[in-house]
Design a protein around this ligand. Structure first.
Ligand SMILES: NC(=O)c1ccc[n+]([C@@H]2O[C@H](COP(=O)([O-])OP(=O)(O)OC[C@H]3O[C@@H](n4cnc5c(N)ncnc54)[C@H](O)[C@@H]3O)[C@@H](O)[C@H]2O)c1
Ligand SMILES: [Zn+2]
Ligand SMILES: [Zn+2]
Length: 389
């Protein structure tokens, strides 16, 4: 089959690789119908995620059609149209049982690579380095899905492939970020980042009861989407003397009830702290640039929630004492999409959520390297490039 392979930092190629096959009787093989880029892939392409190997197939946001089922698979048939959350659960461990699917104890095939850094291994995610499983990713003709019965969700008629695709990754991540905020009717939620994840966090916050959402970014086309497609108020941080001051003014001096960080380790910024972050990241003294995370922590009101869905590794100069002195609850996780799938599907069916507007570029898998170039450089307004294998 054809697949998009990581060949080195900033080097992606479409190659012919072996087809996946059923290894465990609970596996299914999916023919990928659509697969898309994610901000997390940029961290791999730019070389910030260790344990990538030449030839690894990347991609973790996808939907498709079942073409083969293992002999223990009960709920799925060849021909079913399904979407799969990017982190895979087993459905039977303590974590899956507690709806903490991205923490599943059983799906990571190489826990010895994750334990030295994390203590315990997270759930497996395909296409995202060996420390996160080493499973082949979704930018390919076919993908093997572990524990098909609990990870494949039927897409009902009336929901299009393009809508279902985003229930794999961007929507559940945004939904998680909003859920962590314990939103009370009318709350004001500020969201850093208007990428697909940030936009879906904004939409989810409104669906979960927020009265106001304030979105922060610098790319005009993304800020326009936040206003027009979601109904957020916006702040362009590149055009602001102080995002903190603006937020304070917009919230009667108190600050947002919760702040969602949906930017991650490659944040941009201004001023000397940003210059220092860039220099340290370039010299590998830290992996992350923390401007958005620091600002979100600073901006949240006393007693509020700091919800972090942006991906980080090691960050310097995070003012930890501020969390204590302001009584902040900080919550963070990789998204447990299985937990939210019924609510997300219902919102799409009811017409309250249509994530298909996130697609700015459609292309064949053969053109995926170009798609990633557009996405990485935010060229031509690229928000999500979607590939058809
Ligand atoms: N926790 C999870 O399960 C999970 C799942 C998917 C993605 N993610 C992470 O979410 C983050 C966002 O993903 P995405 O696909 O939307 O990425 P993206 O790169 O498309 O968007 C990031 C946005 O942040 C903006 N930005 C940069 N610096 C900023 C700053 N200082 N203040 C405000 N905005 C700033 C950029 O202009 C851009 O629009 C990434 O770190 C990604 O790894 C996490
Ligand atoms: Zn992702
Ligand atoms: Zn499990």
């Amino acid at each position: 089959m054809r697949a998009l392979c990581w060949m080195g930092v900033n080097d992606l190629q479409v190659n012919t690789v072996p087809d996946p096959r059923i290894v465990n009787p609970h596996d299914v093989i999916l023919k990928v119908r659509l697969t898309t880029t994610c901000g997390s892939d940029l961290h791999l392409i730019d070389g910030y995620i260790p344990t990538m190997r030449e030839g690894d197939v990347i991609g973790h946001a996808y939907m498709g059609e079942i073409v083969e089922v293992g002999r223990e698979v009960k709920r799925l048939r060849v021909g079913d149209r399904v979407v799969v959350p990017s982190f895979l659960g087993c459905g039977t461990c303590w974590y899956c049982d507690h709806d903490l699917w991205s923490l599943c104890d059983n799906t990571h095939p190489k826990p010895e690579l994750a334990e030295p850094v994390l203590g315990y291994p997270p759930a497996a995610i395909p296409g995202y380095s060996h420390a996160f499983s080493g499973l082949a990713g979704s930018h390919a003709t076919y993908i093997r899905v572990l524990h098909g019965d609990v990870n494949c969700f039927h897409v009902p008629e009336g929901i299009t492939d393009e809508q279902a695709l985003f229930l794999s990754d961007s929507v559940p991540t945004g939904w998680t970020g909003a859920d962590f905020c314990d939103i009370r009717e009318g709350d004001t939620i500020a969201v850093w980042g208007c990428g697909a994840v940030g936009l879906m966090a904004q939409r989810s916050a409104l669906l979960q009861g927020a009265g106001r959402v304030i979105a922060i970014d610098r790319l005009p086309e993304r800020l326009a989407l936040a206003r027009d497609k979601i109904g957020s108020e916006t702040i362009d941080y590149s055009d602001s003397d102080s995002v903190l001051e603006e937020l304070r003014e917009m919230t009667g001096g108190r600050g947002p009830d919760a702040c969602i960080e949906a930017v991650g380790m490659e944040a941009h910024g201004t001023g000397p702290q940003y210059a220092l972050d860039r220099a340290k990241q370039a010299l590998h003294l830290q992996t992350d640039r923390g401007s958005a995370l620091r600002e979100a922590a600073m901006a949240v009101r006393k007693g509020g929630v700091l919800s972090v869905v942006g991906v980080y590794g090691v960050i310097d100069k995070f003012p930890f004492g501020m969390l204590t002195n302001k009584g902040i609850t900080m919550r963070t996780s990789q998204q447990p999409g299985q937990r939210y799938m019924p609510a997300m599907m219902a919102a799409v069916q009811a017409g309250e959520l249509d994530p298909s507007f996130l697609i700015t570029h459609r292309m064949s898998l053969e053109n995926a390297p170009r798609g990633y170039e557009l996405f990485k450089n935010k060229e031509d307004g690229c928000l999500r490039a979607v590939f058809t294998p």
